[in-house]
Write a protein of this length. Sequence first.
Length: 204
Amino acid sequence: MVTLANSVINGSVRAATAPLLKPDGLAKVVPVLGTEALFFYRMDDAEHERREAVGAARLDRMHPLEVLLNLPVGLPVPLASLEKQERRAVHALPCGAADRDRRTVTRRAVRPLHVDLAVVRATGWKRGLEEAGRFAPYCRRAMLLTRRPAGISEALAEADFYGIGVFLISDEEVEMVLEPRDYRPLRHTAAAWSFVEEMYQRVR
């Protein structure tokens, strides 16, 4: 059985994706959103080191992330300028997410890593589209097919429509037959940040 945990296949996928990704990236097979995928990512070393130094708590709840997104990074915000409910939310932020004194709050937390690509393994292209599609709000996506589909033209057309790349396994070698579309989020959301935080906890 070919799985994403197979080191030979992993290496072949990394080689096939090399033209798409920056050379300083990392890769790891991680189960997220109910799907196991090979994620290519880059750590924000400065943010990781900052969190380690201050003993920052996990940022794994949506509301604190929403609060942080409404604050500028590194700039003191007068508490008096916030609504009462906002001040309460600021005081409830997890340790290490922001600095607070009697008059101001300064956001420190940023995303600790950047996800460049998620690759899911599938025996059939329709299942591959479904599983890769789960990551549409978060990163570039591709599927790794363990066998060549009978209707390869239809599979590639559907994958291209959704911007999902296609890799094929042949004799433990991996070929990229369709390049995944670039990921361009329309806006930054707490959900996308939450996804990154879950990834961070699994790869750190």
